[in-house]
Design a protein around this ligand. Structure first.
Ligand code: SF4
Length: 501
């Protein structure tokens, strides 16, 4: 059965030669680096849960290519039920890790590439889809951790790729060879790439004639010659090097271990190239990816919020405020916002529809609405958590203060609240809340899967305003009513039974 164990995942990474820079220095092996370890541990959970019988239905499924049982993270959505199970999987993993578990970007990129390679072949008579199916079978067989790479640096935001002063601001083909292509450029905010087996590179924007060199989609091993990762800094990340509970989410980290990935003239063989110059299909590729990924947030952030609600509720017990009606009401508000976004994600999946290639797309306007709500609800849930946990979140002493016999008596005594709880419970839970509501987490909720404005623009296009105007006209001016009743005359100011003057 092609399901890796967590240990097999870690060892397979260790055997790769991933070129990565963390803190400005090249690291020997990403697996042994304390900055990456929590993110690797998070992905390992996705492998672990797939082996647990109680989660098999959500975490695994049957490959439509081979009929074998595979990890849901390598699956092409075959039905609305598949889309719903994906959201359930994300909530489960969010609950198990309290953070971003990274594999969804690769999953949605796989699905977008599957659908668009079919559509390009229909349009142009190419053979990308068959090529991609072979690659997909390899990903499923090896149960690979795949990172999707979409976001280009973009340079001057008012200019198209071909208008940039520096042509490398969008990933492009710099050489066409008989056996493949050479790509150059970079992708930013790359979730999980630094601890992935493969990078699926997709265009990050729609393109126009003259921009064919930017219309490139391909798969690159994470340790291919010329691929370089430069790890992003997060707030409080140097605490990971110190150890102890000040880290916050000590085992699983904060968000997805994002990095810049540079493609420094990387050769990609033809069998790994899935789009090469077909500009007309780039916008749809971006659109498919973004729609699936935006719906995800109701699952993963719902699971993360469950952990935060749990930590906040525990903090109220530690403080002794848990019986207060106002405190309870604020917890209810956190629950309400969590379940609202989860319900939208399930709803968008339930209303999924079949694409030309046979796979299933989630309902677009509901998917965009999920993500739009996330840009607000994650902040509001964090605000309520801060409200209930108290100002001490911002002034907790260094965990080493609790170990120093000269001062530990004071910090323990004056941070003890409800004596039923050890003072270190308050510190640990407080650090978790502080870290998981910090700037990195919030910005990720704001900009992951596109900025809020990107969703609003999409929603306006999908809302069918003309159709809504017709609905309004029909209700206000329509005459198609049931016979036998007398209704007010829309052109008269008199009530139906009123006598004329
Ligand atoms: Fe998955 Fe959520 Fe992380 Fe995106 S933000 S990769 S959907 S866990």
């Amino acid at each position: 059965m092609p399901l890796k164990t967590p240990t097999e995942y870690v060892e397979s990474l260790r055997n790769m030669k991933i070129r990565a820079y963390i803190g400005g220095e090249q690291v020997e092996n990403v697996v042994d680096d304390p900055s990456v370890a929590p993110h690797i541990n998070t992905v390992a959970k996705t492998y672990e849960l797939a082996h647990m019988p109680e989660h098999a239905d959500v975490m695994t499924t049957i490959s439509h290519l081979t009929g074998e049982r595979i990890h849901r993270y390598t699956h092409i959505f075959q039905s609305s039920d598949d889309l719903i199970k994906k959201i359930q999987m994300l909530r489960l993993l969010g609950q198990a890790t309290g953070t971003c578990f990274q594999r969804c970007v690769g999953l949605d990129a796989l699905n977008a590439m599957y659908a668009v390679s079919y559509e390009v072949d229909e349009d142009k008579g190419t053979d990308y889809h068959e090529r991609f199916r072979k690659y997909l079978a390899y990903v499923q067989r090896e149960d690979l951790m795949l990172a999707g790479a979409m976001t280009d640096p973009k340079g001057h935001r008012a200019k198209k790729p071909s208008q940039q002063e520096d042509p490398d601001q969008f990933v492009r083909v710099v050489e066409q060879r008989p056996d493949g292509v050479v790509i150059r450029g970079a992708k930013l905010h790359n979730t999980g790439g630094i601890n992935s087996h493969e990078i699926l590179v997709l265009p990050g924007t729609g393109l126009v004639p003259g921009e064919e060199q930017y219309a490139i989609a391909c798969a690159v091993p994470a340790d291919a010659e010329g691929v370089v990762f430069i790890f992003g800094r997060q707030s409080n990340d140097s605490r990971k090097l110190e150890g102890g509970c000040d880290i916050g989410n000590t085992r699983f980290g904060v968000v997805g271990g994002e990095a810049m990935v540079v493609f420094d003239d990387v050769f990609v063989p033809t069998e790994r190239v899935f789009l090469n110059g077909e500009i007309e299909h780039c916008a749809q590729l971006v659109n498919y990816f973004a729609t699936w990924h935006r719906a995800n947030y109701g699952g993963c952030k719902g699971g993360n919020a469950d952990v935060l609600i749990g930590a906040t509720a525990k903090m109220t017990r530690i403080l002794g405020t848990d019986r207060n009606a106002i405190v309870k009401d604020k917890l209810i508000e956190m629950i309400h916002r969590t379940e609202t976004t989860f319900a939208s994600a399930i709803g968008s999946s339930a209303l999924g529809y079949k694409l030309p290639c046979g796979s299933f797309m989630t309902d677009p306007i509901l998917a965009n609405t999920v993500k739009q709500n996330i840009t607000r609800n994650v902040y509001e849930i964090g605000r309520l958590s801060h409200d209930l946990a108290g100002g001490f979140l911002a002034t907790i002493p260094d965990s080493k203060a609790f170990d120093n016999p000269e001062i530990s008596g004071w910090v323990r005594k004056y941070h003890t609240a409800n004596p039923e709880y050890d003072v270190m419970d308050r510190i640990r839970v407080g650090r978790y809340i502080e870290n998981m509501t910090s700037v990195t987490t919030m910005v990720e909720a704001m900009h992951g899967a596109g900025s809020p404005q990107a969703q609003r623009i999409a929603m306006l296009g999908q809302a069918d305003i003309e159709g809504k105007i017709k609905m309004a006209d029909e209700v206000i001016y329509g005459t198609n009513d049931v016979p036998g009743i007398t209704l007010p005359d829309v052109n008269s100011s008199k009530a139906p039974n009123e006598e004329p003057n």
